[in-house]
Design a protein around this ligand. Structure first.
Ligand SMILES: Cc1cc2nc3c(=O)[nH]c(=O)nc-3n(C[C@H](O)[C@H](O)[C@H](O)COP(=O)(O)O)c2cc1C
Length: 263
């Protein structure tokens, strides 16, 4: 390992420990300076939204929590069969669904996954290949009213998506690919330099809930950290490179979903 790489590794380790120069950490966060935050929920860009069904009692949910934890594994082969809209809805609810709101001017959400300070920096994007009732396209989840909106109606993303996922074709060809993108300022507003660490920890909860929820309805998933940052961001329309824009957004994590193969 050359000295430059060692230096960058050390900077990453500093992030893990939350070490930063004392004069930087002494600065008040934007929240302490009483600056406004950005909304914790994105408003829809589309005129039409797709209401997601919530009659989860009709799902054949199986397994105790013991079974789900024991049987969860990363699965990279799926049935060539569409997911139902109810199954997709359940997976979205399990990973980012809102339980209640608090506050008026800029409400905070409380969801089915924990988040540091309940800042919830993630937005969920779906590359949909096979879901009953939805055409192939890119969608965005709107947790406020548990809806989907069409993010990009293009259906010719196969090659670009496979490239963006570093050739992981099992993921780009799955019935659905979940992509979680973060707006870090939602977290930085309160936690400043600690925000990066917290939002990465948050991502783990989201994906683990996806694993367990998939397991409970006979679906399969696999966490994906290997992807080309700029290509995946570009496919979703996010600007390349870091910037100080308060609405700066970048992808953090992804996971394909399909039905489990029969055993
Ligand atoms: C942060 C993270 C990133 C991962 N990235 C990938 C990936 O890009 N491709 C892949 O096939 N598996 C990926 N995995 C899945 C791991 O390879 C898998 O969890 C590991 O082999 C253990 O298997 P298990 O999940 O079945 O216990 C990732 C897992 C995590 C937690």
């Amino acid at each position: 390992m050359n000295d430059k790489t060692k230096y960058e590794i050390m900077k990453n380790r500093e992030l893990l420990k939350g070490y930063h120069a004392a004069d930087v950490t002494a600065e008040e966060t934007d929240q302490q300076q009483k600056l406004p935050s950005i909304p914790c929920l994105q408003t829809s860009i589309a005129t039409d939204t797709i209401k997601l069904p919530t009659d989860y009692e009709h799902l054949p949910i199986k397994g105790t929590i013991l079974d789900l934890i024991k049987n969860r594994e990363s699965r990279r082969s799926y049935q060539d069969h569409p997911l139902s809209l109810l199954e997709l809805s359940f997976l979205l609810w399990s990973t980012q669904g809102v339980r209640h709101f608090a506050g008026h001017k800029n409400p905070v959400t409380f969801r089915n996954v924990p988040s540091a300070g309940s800042r919830h920096t993630f937005e969920t994007y779906l590359f949909i290949n096979q879901v009953e009732g939805l055409k192939k396209a890119i969608y965005h989840y709107l947790p406020e009213h548990h809806e989907l909106e069409l993010w990009d109606e293009r259906d010719d993303f196969d090659k670009e998506l496979t490239d963006a996922l570093c050739g992981q074709r099992f993921a780009s060809s799955a019935p659905v690919l979940f992509v979680w993108a973060s707006l870090p300022y939602r977290m930085e507003w309160r936690y400043g330099l600690k925000a990066a660490k917290y939002l990465l920890i948050d991502a783990g909860h989201v994906c683990q809930n996806l694993y367990l929820a998939c397991e409970s309805i006979g679906c399969a998933t696999c966490a994906l950290g290997a992807y080309d940052q700029d290509r995946l961001d570009d496919l979703l329309g996010f600007a390349p490179g870091p910037s100080f824009d308060r609405h700066y957004t970048c992808t953090i994590y992804a996971a394909p979903v399909g039905r489990q193969l029969p055993t």
